[in-house]
Each structure stands twice: as C-alpha cells, then as structure tokens.
Design a protein around this ligand. Structure first.
Ligand code: TXA
Ligand code: MG
Length: 326
C-alpha cells in the first residue's frame, strides 16, 4: 500500500506507519537522499526482518535515523568535539556520523561493532514520523542488497511490491545520492563513503579526513563492497564517446552529461545538459534504473569531473561497473 494519490491522506499514513513500526514491521520512508527501508532501531527482531528483506549480509551495519541532534546524542557515548560541530552544522541533512553507541542500540544495527552510524534526515514526513514514534529508525536504502538505490516511491514499489505493508510517499528525493559517511572510530576521522556533502566542505570545518585506500577498511566499514548500486545490465566506463563504434551503440545505453553528440545509442540518459552536479546527483539513480529497465545489452558511462559531488557520483558509477573505491 502506498499513500500515493488519494489512497491515504498523509496524516493517516504517518499514523499507520507508527502502528506498523510499533508492531515490529518494516515500512519505506522518504529522505532527502534516497528512500529508506525502516524498522524500529531499538527492536532487534524488527531490524533482523529488515536485513532479511534486503538480503543484506549481517556484517553490513545500518544507519540509525533520529529526529534531531539531541535525539542522536542520547544514544552516543563520548562525543568528540569535531563530531558535535558537524552534527550541529549539517543535521538535519545528508551526513552520517559513525559514533560510539550506547548499549540501547542493539548490536545487530552496528553489525557487532561498538560504533554505529547516525543521521538526521532532512525530510519533513520522516522527521515527523520519527518524532511521533519517539524511537529511532534503522534504515538502509530501500533496494535489495547491491542494487540501485531508489529515489521515488514508485522505485521502492517496484522493488518490494508485496513484501512491505506501507511506502510513505514523500515525492522524489531532492538530493538523489546517499549521505556522506564519516567515522569517528579513528583519529583523524575516516571518510567511509563519498556522498552529498563534499569532503572539501567537511575538511573546511574539522580539518583533514583520512580516506582509506580502495578495498581496505573492511573491518571498519563492512559496507565497502566493491560492487554495489549495480543494475542487471553490465556497466562499462569509457573515457570518450569516440571509443564506441556505431555497431556497438545499437543495443547499448549511455549515461553522461553535457551536450556531446550521442547518435546511434539505443537509449541515452543525460544527467544534466547544463553540467550542474546538483542536477546530475538528483537524476543519477533514477536514470540508471530507467536504463536498467530498457532492453539493452550494455550501459556505457562517462565519468564526471572528479570534484565535489562529481567525485561522489563517479564512485557510484564505478561501483555500478564493479570497480572498487571507498
Ligand atoms: O543517505 C543515506 O545514508 C541513506 C538514507 C536512507 O538515509 N541510507 C543508506 O544506508 O545509504 P545504506 O545502508 O544503504 O548505507 C549505509 C552505509 C553502508 O556503506 C554501511 O556499511 C555504512 O553506511 N555504515 C553504517 N553503519 C556503519 C558503522 N557502524 N560503521 C561503519 N560503516 C557503517
Ligand atoms: Mg545502500
């Protein structure tokens, strides 16, 4: 059931979601980044159900979503000053901080690590839901493990159709790529996932971050799998369109940006004609998903400039292609 259209007015949908979450069920929620599959973070059984639905290995921890910084702090031991600064600067917003957790957060949430990921999502529906529920929500992206993250309620519906009782429809996710993940399990802090807030921006506030080398830090961030965000159609990164002869374009899709000549491809997705990184991020997963649904044999991808959000989008393109990185 979705609350789309006139199916269920939004207040009723929130009440329904609360009722389901209290019973230990899993519901889908909108955030500013991507849709999440949410369960009561303090209920281990409900979180276990979530892992099961996503087919996610139990070694990959999930993020705890709260309704405000003070709500997060109630579940954290030893808050480092730079973490407090980031929390008060960016929350609600697309930043996840990995912090030492109190015992009230069950071990399944953090995959047995003493540190859990926390964030305050910037979406009015979900903030209201968490505040009214009065409990944090464990929520990974609402896709099956390793697949494309959903940025619309429709995409969640296609993925989990009959498996979950409710999708809260909060419209398309405005940011479109996941939160940046910073771990304070180490000093200096580690950048575990490039995301919507750039490394440069964070370093301006708290000084240098360490970026673990590709394919390392599995013990610190078990989610750093080299293949991720993967469509079922194979993705190949190319460095220029001239590499692809016409005969190869006929049954292929292309994802790129700008105004290059792209004739011959069966399906073309332009992330942003004007080369806006913000627009490209917002379009990325949706366009990848649309390519995946087209009848093509291959998706060719041109990387974006390696700066700011471009870096975060490129990481996702590389993971879709199965090449590794943080
Ligand atoms: O924007 C987002 O962060 C979205 C929305 C729904 O909030 N959520 C999301 O969750 O992307 P997920 O589960 O798809 O990705 C969470 C990432 C994974 O790479 C995971 O390994 C890492 O965060 N992570 C979570 N808890 C962690 C922990 N305790 N230590 C290290 N890494 C952690
Ligand atoms: Mg995910």
């Amino acid at each position: 059931m979705k609350n789309q259209g006139s199916a269920l007015p939004i207040e009723n949908a929130i009440e329904k979601a609360i009722e389901l979450l209290r019973k230990g069920e899993v519901v889908a929620i909108p955030t500013e980044t991507v849709y999440g599959l949410a369960a009561d973070a303090l209920n281990s059984e409900a979180v276990a159900r979530l892992f099961e639905l996503k087919k996610r290995p139990k070694i990959d921890p999930v993020i705890v979503h709260c309704y405000g910084a003070s709500h997060v702090f109630a579940f954290v031991r030893n808050l480092p000053e730079p973490a407090r600064l980031l929390a008060t600067t960016y929350w609600p917003g697309p930043l996840t901080l990995v912090l030492e957790k109190k015992d009230s957060i069950p071990d399944i949430v953090s995959a047995g690590l003493p540190f859990a990921g926390f964030r305050v999502p910037k979406h009015p529906l979900t903030l209201k839901l968490i505040e009214k529920l009065g409990r944090p929500l464990a929520a990974p992206s609402a896709n099956r493990f390793g697949k494309i993250s959903p940025t619309t309620a429709q995409a969640v519906f296609e993925e989990f159709n009959h498996l979950i009782p409710l999708i809260l429809d909060g419209g398309p996710c405005p940011v479109g790529i996941e939160s940046t993940v910073i771990s304070f399990a180490h000093d200096p802090p580690l950048l575990l996932r490039y995301g919507a807030i750039t490394k440069e921006e964070i370093e301006k506030r708290i000084g240098p971050l360490t970026v673990p080398a590709p394919n390392t830090a599995w013990n610190l961030a078990p989610g750093r799998f080299p293949k991720h965000y993967a469509p079922s159609v194979p993705v190949e990164i190319i460095s220029s369109l001239s590499e692809i002869p016409y005969w190869k374009r006929k049954n292929a899709g292309l994802i790129f940006w700008g105004r290059e000549e792209t004739s011959g491809f069966k399906v073309v997705k332009n992330l942003s004609k004007e080369k806006s990184l913000i627009e490209a991020a917002a379009n990325f997963f949706q366009m990848l998903r649309e390519l995946d649904k087209s009848s093509i044999e291959k998706i060719y991808a041109l990387l974006l400039p390696e700066e700011g959000l471009g870096k975060a989008i490129n990481e996702r393109i590389k993971k879709a292609a199965g090449s590794s990185s943080p």
